[in-house]
Design a protein around this ligand. Structure first.
Ligand SMILES: NC(=O)c1ccc[n+]([C@@H]2O[C@H](COP(=O)([O-])OP(=O)(O)OC[C@H]3O[C@@H](n4cnc5c(N)ncnc54)[C@H](OP(=O)(O)O)[C@@H]3O)[C@@H](O)[C@H]2O)c1
Length: 230
């Protein structure tokens, strides 16, 4: 079988770099898209991957980068105020090969069906972050919501991975997931970033996650262990 080719959109960030590592360790051929100013962050990988510099919402950049890819992993970020997230998602939806697996990252605040149950403190923090971000002109959470609305409406082979709060540290293994925030297994609300990346990469090979928006939590957290041993 020929080597699987995977594009990582947003490869230079923390999540992106972990995904590059996981993909290389699986011997995938890797193409990474990142802003021109961030190419140096991928220095250690530069001999083992192709780097396509450019804004991730630049349609011609995405068209070039995803060409011939079996999978596309996209870091959906709410940064900026020019429809960066929705522009990125739309370009990936439009240009990835018809049968490609496409996997997007976001946070628990994104809801697919409105049946997520958020704690009052989670709602308060999300509201303040959205308000502050708008005020400072740096964050556009509504646009990340719009990006996910378009993905959910698409008939492409998508998965939207919804991350809990994140921490650094050694891998603990593949996170566990549930369809709705508020489900007991997710109560610990913490995942190692390296394992968020592991879940994204594993989703490429998991057809059971097509058209799912899994909310994830670390597999060694108290809520995950309590659920698994109950
Ligand atoms: N942080 C959290 O606690 C948290 C919690 C749950 C879910 N998530 C989700 O996890 C994913 C990545 O989060 P992360 O915290 O680990 O961040 P990250 O991997 O460091 O990603 C940040 C990304 O944003 C890009 N970026 C930064 N500033 C930008 C700007 N002004 N314009 C355009 N792009 C910009 C970075 O590109 P450069 O390398 O070019 O700067 C990088 O690709 C996102 O989908 C996020 O929604 C995060």
């Amino acid at each position: 079988m020929s080597k699987k080719k995977v594009c990582i959109v947003g490869a230079s960030g923390k999540l992106g770099q972990y995904m590059v590592r996981h993909c290389l360790s699986r011997c995938y051929e890797v193409v990474g898209v990142c802003r021109e100013r961030s190419v140096d962050k991928l220095e250690v990988f530069k001999d083992r991957m192709t780097i396509v510099p450019g804004a991730t919402n630049d349609r011609s950049v995405i068209q070039q980068a995803v060409s011939g890819c079996d999978g596309v992993l996209t870091v959906l970020v709410p940064w900026g105020v020019r429809q960066y997230s929705s522009g990125t998602a739309q370009a990936v939806l439009d240009y990835a090969a018809p049968d490609a697996r496409i996997v997007f990252s976001c946070g628990w605040h994104i809801t697919r069906d409105g049946h997520d149950l958020y704690s009052p403190s989670f709602k308060r923090i999300t509201k303040i972050a959205a308000w502050l971000g708008r005020l400072l002109g740096a964050v556009e959470i509504d646009d990340q919501v719009e990006a996910c609305r378009r993905i959910f409406a698409s008939d492409r082979r998508w998965t939207v991975v919804r991350g809990s709060d994140l921490e650094e540290g050694e891998s603990q293994g593949l996170p566990v997931w549930s369809r709705h925030v508020g489900d007991p297994i997710l109560a610990s609300n913490m995942t190692r970033r390296v394992d968020f990346a592991l879940f994204m990469v594993a989703a490429l090979e998991d057809d059971g996650l097509v058209h799912e928006a899994p909310a994830i939590v670390g597999c060694r957290t108290a809520s995950a262990l309590a659920f698994l041993h109950s």
